[in-house]
Design a binder for this molecule. Structure first.
Ligand SMILES: Nc1ncnc2c1ncn2[C@@H]1O[C@H](COP(=O)(O)OS(=O)(=O)O)[C@@H](OP(=O)(O)O)[C@H]1O
Ligand SMILES: [Mg+2]
Ligand SMILES: [Mg+2]
Ligand SMILES: [Mg+2]
Length: 418
């Protein structure tokens, strides 16, 4: 792999006061009530049930990875660090490797024989000459620093050999059986631009998603993500940190972790463990009003046909502009009803990867939503590393709106074929 350094876009983010919550949009006329379709949300955290340990480990692992990513994103913004390109010319940073390493290490503590389908591998670090070796050294230091921060005296010091082994745990083939699915930094482009990204972890058993944990370190506590673009990378003010350390409520914060367990609902809580806030149940939008409805999609035209999604939105009567957001934060936005619909229609021939969707999908489903391909079929998690049988694209929405969305997709597809 070529380790060609790319300068992260320079970005100045003026300190801004915490934004206030946006006014909720009214729901009116053509409202489709989805309440009966939505699962009853539990009073607090999904609390795991039979998957309590998996949930606890997943939250711990994703929390550590979030800390590590925040540190690297700040370095990128200061231009103290750079991104590299992989053989497929996509971006990769220290954080992508280090987050995969720390999450795999944490899972291995509980399940030494676990298998994982993860995005990254360590080839560029072991076969990449001096540049690769230097990058591995930085990753090792970053992982150990993060472990020390989170585990204190109990923190081990991992060797670079252990780090390589942990990263390479992501090389699983998937298929039937029990596999963790990991995108250590989803939306790497957003990450290097100081924007939205997600750490997306899921557990799949025989094709069924059982647990999803998604860290979104730049997602605000409330409101739509695009309203906060000037404040993504500013930290907490000194007075907020003082309050947090004293265990006081700070009201607004940025940095959310979504957690979902099959059949037990979905919750959201702060990424930063210093913020004392109980996990809050989230549910998808319970009504559809085209006037106030919003849909989200990838930022890059190369990743999804923006013309096609505009046509589908038009068929649904959605008047507002799309929310173009990096990463699986889009699924989080649908899960907590900031948006009504997420659509992605990649170019023909592009093979979607399971780690780009697994955590987001169980989060939306457990929030009362439905995620399918463009033909209405559920996604096939047991087919290996790719979603090989996917029909055209992926749509996520409330269970109640799904059929209407399918009709809109069919209508747009027919007219685009004419
Ligand atoms: N050509 C093409 N078509 C569709 N999808 C692609 C394509 N190339 C890459 N990818 C995958 O898209 C992941 C990022 O998705 P996003 O929704 O964040 O895209 S965007 O940057 O907002 O446009 C991104 O995930 P990360 O690599 O984790 O960032 C890729 O796996
Ligand atoms: Mg990538
Ligand atoms: Mg991804
Ligand atoms: Mg990624």
């Amino acid at each position: 792999m070529a380790l060609r350094a790319i300068l992260a876009r320079s970005s100045s983010h003026p300190a801004a006061p915490p934004p206030s919550s946006p006014t909720p949009s009214p729901t009116t006329v053509t409202a489709i009530r989805a309440a009966s379709a939505a699962k009853p949300a539990p009073a607090s955290s999904p609390a795991g049930g039979a998957y309590a340990l998996e949930l606890e480990v997943g939250l711990d692992a994703v929390r550590m990875a979030s800390t590590l990513c925040e540190e690297v994103q700040a370095q990128l913004m200061r231009q103290d660090e750079t991104a590299d390109t992989k053989d497929d010319r996509s971006l990769v940073t220290l954080a992508d490797y280090a987050a995969q390493a720390i999450i795999a290490w944490r899972i291995q503590q509980e399940w030494p024989d676990f298998t994982m389908v993860g995005e990254e591998d360590a080839e560029a670090l072991t076969e990449g000459g001096e540049g690769g070796a230097q990058t591995l050294e930085k990753i090792t230091a970053l992982v150990n620093k993060t472990l020390a921060k989170h585990k204190g005296d109990a923190a081990p010091t991992l060797s670079s050999t252990e780090i390589v082994a942990a990263i390479n745990k992501g090389g699983g083939k998937g298929g039937k059986g029990r596999h963790w699915i990991l995108d250590p930094v989803d939306g790497t482009l957003g990450f290097v631009r100081g924007d939205q990204y997600a750490i997306a972890l899921a557990l799949m058993e025989d094709g069924d998603l059982k647990v999803g944990v998604m860290g979104c370190p730049n997602m605000p506590k409330t409101g739509e993500v695009l309203e906060y673009d000037s404040s993504y990378t500013y930290g907490f003010s000194p007075s907020m940190v003082t309050k947090m350390l004293a265990g006081e409520s700070v009201g607004w914060y940025k940095g959310c972790i979504f957690a979902a367990v099959k059949g037990r609902g979905c919750t959201v809580e702060p990424c930063d463990a210093r913020i004392k806030a109980a996990p809050t149940p989230v549910t998808v939008s319970d009504a559809f009003d085209p006037v106030s409805a919003k849909f989200c999609e990838p930022v890059m035209k190369a990743n999804s046909s923006q013309g096609f999604t505009a046509s589908v939105a038009d068929n649904l009567g959605i008047a507002s502009k799309p929310l173009r957001v990096y990463s699986q934060v889009k699924y989080g936005s649908v899960a907590r009803a900031d948006a009504d619909v997420f659509m992605k229609f990649p170019k023909a021939g592009y093979k979607e990867k399971i780690w780009d969707h697994a955590a987001g999908v169980i989060i939306v489903e457990e929030a009362g939503g439905k995620v399918t391909d463009a033909g209405g079929a559920p996604l096939d998690w047991a087919g290996g590393r790719y979603l090989d049988t996917l029909d055209r694209g992926i749509v996520a929405t409330s269970a109640a709106l799904h059929e209407r969305l399918m009709d809109a997709v069919s209508k747009s597809w027919s007219s685009s074929q004419l």
